[in-house]
Design a protein around this ligand. Structure first.
Ligand SMILES: O=P(O)(O)OC[C@@H](O)[C@@H](O)c1c[nH]c2ccccc12
Length: 229
């Protein structure tokens, strides 16, 4: 049986969710002229336990991109988009994802809780993203949800470089939600800083731009491994 998204991540030696993201918020190509298939193959060779696929149109994504990645790999997939309805969850499952982003900043607490419940019923792991302590307190997702800190600001469409100190500061609040899978997401480019987030207690990291732009993914991963305690 295919492991769940959270199981694949937490049992991995190097728990990095590697992201397929076509563009940054300014429309710059992040695949550097390469194909989606080449990116997925590179991630698989690097030992990715799971893959994130950005379907949000801010970042040049589409539903077809998720379907394309699902046809290329057996790895559990996370859909990153601004999902607000149950029908989008059903569609997400049909497209082949195993996990789905739910953004606390966009959803009233009751709606978020309801969508997380629907996601679990559909066999999708809720990947609940928070950006401050109030949101961490508001989400009551339980052990089956991933809780991720977004180091970037969606209110500015993630144009800023990201503040990894936010992940460090919010870790106690994230663990207090009861999740068994705390993730730091966005703005991670340096393998040494990535190692420190894992050493501090994050169960996983989500990295897009930093890996897509790394001259050698193999070397980036080796540097992360070497820098861990
Ligand atoms: O490329 P980065 O800085 O590693 O960021 C990844 C991820 O956090 C980002 O893609 C993201 C965060 N929240 C989102 C919401 C929708 C789509 C994408 C996202």
């Amino acid at each position: 049986m295919t492991p769940t998204f959270a199981d694949a991540l937490t049992s991995a030696h190097r728990p990095v969710i590697m992201e397929v993201k076509r563009q940054d918020a300014d429309g710059n190509d992040l695949l550097a002229g390469g194909t989606v298939a080449e990116t997925v193959a590179r991630y698989e060779r690097a030992g990715a336990p799971c893959i994130s696929v950005v379907t949000g149109h801010w970042f040049g994504g589409t539903e077809d991109l998720l379907a394309e990645v699902a046809a290329l790999t057996e790895l559990p997939l996370l859909r990153k988009d601004f999902v607000t309805s149950r029908s989008q969850l059903v569609r997400t499952r049909e497209l082949g994802a195993s996990a789905v982003l739910l953004t606390a900043k966009l959803l009233p607490a009751g709606v978020l809780a309801r969508l997380a419940g629907h996601a679990l019923e559909l066999g999708l792991t809720p990947f609940v993203e928070i950006a401050d302590e109030a949101e961490a307190v508001m989400v009551a997702p339980g052990p089956d949800c991933v809780v991720a800190v977004n180091n970037k600001d969606i209110t500015t469409r993630e144009r800023s470089p990201g503040d990894l100190g936010r992940s460090t500061d919010l870790l106690p609040a994230v663990l207090a939600t009861g999740t068994r899978c705390a993730v730091s997401a966005g703005g991670i480019t340096d393998p040494g800083r990535a190692a420190r987030l894992l050493d501090a207690g994050y169960a996983g990291l989500l990295i897009g731009t930093g890996l897509l732009g790394a001259p050698s993914l193999t070397r980036w991963c080796a540097e992360l491994d070497a820098a861990r305690a």
